[in-house]
Design a protein around this ligand. Sequence first.
Ligand code: ZN
Length: 189
Amino acid sequence: MLPPARPEEVTDLPEDIALLHHFANTEDLRGFVAHGQRLTAHDVLATPADLERWLREHDLLGPGEPVGDAHLARAHALRAALRDALRQDGEAGEVLLDFPWQVKLTALGAQPVVCGDPVTTALARIVVAALTVTANGTWHRLKMCPASDCQWVFYDRSRPGRARWCSPLLCGNRMKTQAYRRRGATQTP
Ligand SMILES: [Zn+2]
């Protein structure tokens, strides 16, 4: 099966997982060949206009809201922190995200409220998704593929939740072949 061209092609994800998955994969570093087709690394959020379009497509922002360079920088910082946290090598450090929060307490419980402009509030919705999936225990199923030429963020649907590769057939096999070749190379006199 061909890998998804866009993260939005991956369907049936739980709502908050989907938002994190789609956002994390806006930085697409995949550069391998799958079934004769080369994937090219690219950044879906390269400009403020890209960010505006992405937020609108994900129903996080209304039309006509200005998106500036500072918003793009905030989005990139959030994405970098998210992607680092999803690495499986355990090397992720701690990142403190700077969002202006208040918490609303009602009879229904506690709810975070962001006191920022519309774009900051939209980005904070992604942070709330991370809080939600941490609380509901599905965070650990969201992982970054460890293949250096992939680094795609995927949702591990396996029952034990121990999947390592975004695709065992593509990335798992490719990495095994590369490791085998490296071992062969070091053994050649
Ligand atoms: Zn992969």
